[in-house]
Design a protein around this ligand. Structure first.
Ligand code: PRX
Length: 637
């Protein structure tokens, strides 16, 4: 029996070596000894990155909810699985034990079955951070339905694109959602989205805000009534290891969002093992990740990772600024949180507020701090370390992606030292490579290149829903026989990795991945817009903010009409994507710099937006070199 726990640097070195010497032997021992299987596998790993095809634990049978819930019931049935902390500070938090979770998931699973959901069907979940969200996810997994959670901040248009892409026939939502002092009418957004989704036959509506909603007869059903009458026992659907568990959309640099498909067994092994070790979770710890379950961080490190380990995980409905900027720290004190995992953008926003918001609260329960989603700057790292961790909590800067399913590069508390702005060393079984632009691996240390992964790992996404060709082109074409992450990285003298940021046209704003193309498409819908180009510029809190260069079909010189167009543009973006993608700065320019083949030279636009105009490189080969000078005059007034 081996749980391969990593408690010392020696453990890390030994286990890492073992995992890379014999990948299959390592993962199969770990999987066999630490998870519950209905049937073992015939082969541990079959892979070919040129196709690409990756199969882990082929032939095995399991259900992930048996691993997340049922197997803890006997010894830990009364232990709290989920603590729900509501938006309103005066509302009571809810503690859901493993046995209560079991019943609630079973009831929800029976409701889904009752409306005809079967193994393999896709179910869209568009819910705020309330227990129904975690329960719906687990209910889908219990009956073998594939959940597709859409972040409840996305607009109706973004929601309908995602519902249609994977042809969901069922949507789970709520009457509304509380966000700070706002109430959002989620049901209305769903209604608008479904005007474009004729295949959706049922909408299940959880009650949260008690807002007035319209019910479409035959389609809309109130969840409360159905749950009341549903049985609380539901046997697990036996799944193949490679059956899809969920789809989660992420932005690409071009075209529509990519529905990343995660399979059952490999994802389970990756999420379970990383959670336990990277957060050094001990039996009675209270763990809190502040992400939204609409993103991969919430899937892997609020729901699946913690529950696979029988942990207590907090779900927070609200925002860090409500009722004031002390809310996070109030929650840490209230629940005596031991592990706290958040995003650099939240840290930067909170660090700007008076320190009294922190010092009012007792944070002595904290043992480990985590960060994820974007590079963390040194100042924010130091503030987090000193003011929150009181210089005694190791910080895990965890690098990973929607596509990787679980953490890939990270320090480990008291095992691999934290180093500001560095994700540090690869996790067990992960073999990174830095590549140069000619496709050669860069060997040695103190080097920088494009970050790739050389070998398969269990929790990697298997495909893009409905578009395997795009999966291959995006991740497996840039470098032969390697997974390309889209990120750049630096490796220091000790072999520690520092992620330097995206090298493609994805911009990370407040931790959200935004592709430039979908935003430009939204802008170009404006009748007066001829063309647009979006670039990211560094922003004190958000990491990056969006800067849009717009050319108009006709010249307009009234300030008033230009300012109306700016407003319209941001409205279009909100409508097509969501408010997270709104532009911070919009500039009208006479043209966009293009190569002779017509490609917009974003590199130049980026530099101008950064006000770095002395080093633009050779612009003489452009189709329209004069336009660069004109743009500089406009931007650098
Ligand atoms: O650019 C990297 C950045 O976020 C990207 C992945 O975004 P997403 O799929 O939304 O998943 C975010 C949560 C896992 C990466 O390609 N990123 C993520 N974590 C870090 C990071 N950049 C620097 N440091 C990190 N710790």
């Amino acid at each position: 029996m081996s749980d391969y726990l990593i408690n010392t640097s020696e453990d890390y070195n030994n286990i890492y070596q073992k995992s890379t010497n014999d990948l299959e032997e390592f993962w199969s021992t770990l999987a066999k000894d630490n998870f519950k299987w209905q049937k073992s596998w015939n082969s541990v790993l079959e892979w070919d990155f040129s196709k690409p095809e990756v199969n882990w634990f082929q032939g095995a049978k399991l259900n992930i909810t048996e691993n997340c819930i049922d197997r803890h019931l006997e010894s830990n049935g009364d232990k709290t699985a989920i603590i729900f902390e509501p938006n309103d500070v005066n509302d009571k938090s809810e503690h859901i034990s493993y046995s209560q979770l079991h019943k609630r998931v079973n009831k929800m699973a029976n409701v889904l079955k009752g409306i005809g959901v079967k193994k393999g069907d896709r179910v869209c979940i568009y819910l705020p951070m309330i227990p129904d969200l975690a329960i719906s996810i687990l209910a889908c997994a219990r009956i073998g339905a594939v959940h597709s959670v859409v972040f409840a901040g996305f607009s109706a248009a973004a929601l309908s694109t995602r519902i249609n892409d994977c042809q969901c026939e069922i949507v789970i939502t709520s009457d509304g959602s509380f966000r700070g002092n706002k109430i959002l009418n989620l049901k209305k957004i769903v209604d608008d989205a479904l005007n474009d989704c004729p295949q959706v036959s049922s909408v299940l509506i959880a009650e949260r805000t008690k807002s007035k909603i319209e019910l479409k007869s035959g389609r809309d059903k109130l969840l409360n009534n159905l749950i009341k009458n549903a049985s609380d026992s539901c046997s697990i659907e036996i799944m193949d290891s490679e059956d899809p568990l969920f789809i989660l959309y992420t932005s690409g640099s071009t075209g529509k969002p990519k529905g990343m498909v995660h399979s059952t067994a490999g994802y389970m092994v990756g999420a379970g093992y990383t959670f336990k070790n990277i957060f050094q979770y001990q039996n009675n710890d209270i763990y809190w990740c502040t992400a939204d379950i609409g993103w991969i961080t919430g899937h892997s490190y609020i729901v699946y990772g913690p529950l696979l380990n029988g942990a207590t995980t907090i779900m927070f409905e609200g925002v860090p600024s409500y009722p004031d900027y002390g809310r996070f720290w109030k929650i840490v004190q209230k629940h005596k949180v031991n592990q706290f995992y958040t995003a650099p953008t939240a840290i930067r926003a909170l660090a700007k507020e008076p320190i009294d918001f922190v010092n009012r609260y007792d944070l002595s329960s904290l043992k480990v701090l985590g960060t994820v989603g974007e590079p963390i700057n040194e100042e924010a790292w130091k503030w987090y370390n000193k003011e929150i961790g009181k210089n005694k909590c190791p910080i895990v800067d965890t690098w990973w992606q929607t596509e990787t399913g679980s953490i890939m590069i990270s320090s480990i508390p008291n095992v691999i030292e934290s180093k500001p702005t560095y994700a540090t060393l690869p996790f067990i079984g992960i073999q990174p490579a830095l590549m140069d632009e000619n496709g050669n691996e860069i060997i040695g240390n103190n080097v920088e290149g494009r970050l790739c992964i050389k070998f398969p790992w269990p929790s990697m996404a298997r495909t893009i829903w409905g578009d395997h060709k795009r999966y291959k082109e995006t991740y497996f074409s840039a470098f032969k026989n390697k997974y390309f992450t889209g990120d750049g990285a630096y490796r220091d003298e000790k072999g520690f990795y520092r992620i330097t940021g995206r090298v493609d046209d994805v911009i990370i704003v407040s931790g959200h991945n935004l592709g430039t193309a979908p935003i430009e498409d939204a802008i170009n819908e404006h009748d007066l817009v001829a063309e647009s180009a979006i670039v990211g510029v560094p922003h004190e809190i958000k990491g990056n903010s969006l800067f849009g260069y717009i050319t108009l079909k006709q010249e307009l010189d009234s300030e008033e009409s230009l300012s109306d167009i700016k407003k319209d543009i941001n409205q279009l973006i909100s409508k097509q994507i969501g408010p997270i993608a709104k532009l911070d700065r919009i500039e009208f320019v006479p043209g966009l710099p293009k190569t002779r083949s017509g490609k917009i030279m974003r590199r130049i636009l980026r530099k101008i937006a950064h006000r770095d105009v002395n080093n633009l490189g050779d612009v003489s080969t452009l189709l329209n070199p004069d336009v660069v000078k004109k743009i500089i005059e406009i931007i650098i007034k």
